[in-house]
Design a protein. Structure first.
Length: 61
């Protein structure tokens, strides 16, 4: 089964949002609640995913 969730975060930076979402999703994997995850963070500079490497608010890889 596939499901989607949309949340509005109260964070100060893109890095904080990515860290928080990764932590939440990794916790769900560890508990056996989910098998895999992906997410997209909508920003003024574009979309950031769980695969993006960030530095000072910019995608570097």
């Amino acid at each position: 089964m596939k499901a989607g969730v949309r949340v509005t975060l109260k964070t100060g930076s893109i890095e904080d949002a990515q860290r928080l979402l990764t932590m939440i999703c990794e916790g769900l994997i560890a508990s056996g609640s989910i098998e895999d995850y992906s997410f997209e963070i909508e920003t003024d500079k574009g979309v950031v995913t769980e695969k993006c490497i960030l530095s000072e608010g910019e995608i570097v890889a």
